[in-house]
Ligand binder design. Structure first.
Ligand SMILES: *Cc1c(COP(=O)(O)O)cnc(C)c1O
Length: 395
């Protein structure tokens, strides 16, 4: 068992700091020199690599996961008067997009151990107005998709996977992102691959993919991005009032090689995960995350977040205390999340009460995400372990 030592880290360990290699940088520089920095050939290559990775029919690159979620709702026909069921244990974007489309976000409580939405809680909240469900594969751990897809089938609901944490995840032999009607991925800096800002929408339906391509760039006739290329100017026409959601070649350039390193980076995070499991066991009031789902055949946990829970009654201090003390010894952490029903806008607009989702509230008060990226060295991991053991009481 790792021993506690007085923390002595000099530089701040930034939470979620991405691994950017020389080849990523070179690809960006090459793009700048190529003279084509808008949406172009690199976006097309990035989409094709991503599509193959997920094994789906279509991957449409956009400028954020939020944009991808929004397109899915719009193409799915979600509008005023509709309800969309989702988890309160997510980033605000997941529910904000529902509000943008004039629909009502209906939260359903989660499993205390995984933080993932419970199919039974979804079913309790289905009404004739329910149009869609947005499950979030929290921390990279796949949701119970068999049960969720069965509900969707029975009640005629659209399923939009929020796969922002889960590029590498598999559920019972099926890639996450290729299970629901749509899936949305994020390439924000803290995510497992990054394009600085960026996202991807995946689907298997031709007409949905076509509409997504149209809507992501002003709704102007397809391939309009080529209008200043060698092919020369061509007239275009507005077919729909679209958005400005396209990804640029500069962003795609940053993502291209990271996609090739996806598995290697996952192996690295798995190794750090195991280090944490061994180094942090046995501390009173510190509950470690379950990794058991990866023992299920065909299921892969994407290991995006290593979330511990602090049980204040046993630890003698709160999660916020631990977060503060880690910051003082140069270790950055995160909270994923304070449940959305506890946020001002959602409380006041939809009348949610703190105890409406007891498990989500319980997790919100206890969860803390430790640094976990492929950029981290073993020494970084040891620093985190040593600092936590020190804070829990020098042994
Ligand atoms: C990061 C994140 C988003 C938003 O991603 P962007 O690319 O920043 O729009 C949505 N949902 C979840 C669960 C996220 O973690």
């Amino acid at each position: 068992m790792a021993r506690a030592r007085e923390p002595e880290r000099r530089d701040f360990l930034v939470f979620g700091s991405p691994l950017i290699t020389e080849e990523d940088i070179q690809e960006v520089v090459d793009t700048l020199r190529s003279g084509w920095i808008g949406t172009g050939p690199r976006v097309a290559r990035f989409e094709e690599s991503f599509r193959r990775l997920i094994g789906c029919q279509y991957a449409i690159a956009v400028n954020s996961c939020t944009a991808a979620l929004s397109l899915a709702l719009e193409i799915g026909g979600v509008g005023p008067g509709d309800e969309v069921i989702t988890t309160p244990m997510t980033f605000p974007a997941t529910a904000n997009v529902i509000v943008h489309h004039g629909a009502r976000p209906v939260f359903a409580d989660v499993d205390r151990a995984t933080g993932n939405i419970l199919p039974g809680e979804i079913e309790k909240r289905i009404t004739p107005r329910t149009k869609a469900v947005i499950p979030v594969h929290l921390a990279g751990r796949p949701c119970q998709m068999d049960e969720i897809m069965a509900l969707a089938e029975a009640y005629g609901l659209l399923v939009i996977e929020d796969a922002a944490h889960a590029i590498e995840a598999c559920y019972r032999g099926h890639k996450v992102g290729n299970i629901g009607d749509f899936a949305a991925f994020s390439f924000y800096p803290t995510k497992s691959i990054t394009t600085s800002e960026g996202g991807m929408l995946t689907t298997n339906r031709d007409e949905w993919a076509e509409k997504a391509r149209l809507l992501r760039l002003h709704g102007i006739s397809s391939d309009a991005w080529k209008r200043y290329s060698k092919a020369g100017y061509t007239h275009y026409e507005t077919l729909l009032p679209g958005y400005k959601y396209n990804m640029s070649d500069l962003q795609a350039a940053l993502g291209l090689h990271q996609l090739e390193r996806l598995e290697r980076n996952l192996r690295r995070r798995e190794a750090l995960w195991q280090m944490y499991d061994l180094g942090l066991e046995g501390l009173p009031g510190l509950v470690l995350p379950s990794g058991s789902e990866s023992k299920e055949p065909g299921t892969v946990h994407a290991r995006h977040l290593y979330t511990v829970m602090v049980e204040p009654a046993e630890a003698g201090f709160t999660r916020d205390d631990l977060m503060q003390r880690l910051k003082e010894v140069n270790i950055g952490t995160g909270v994923h999340y304070t449940a959305l029903h506890l946020h001002k806008f959602y409380r006041e607009t939809f009348g949610y009460q703190p105890d409406d989702f007891p498990n989500a509230k319980w997790i919100s008060e206890r969860t803390l995400s430790l640094p976990l990226t492929a950029k981290m060295t073993d020494a970084d991991g040891e620093d985190v372990i040593a600092a936590i053991r020190w804070i829990f009481g020098p042994d």
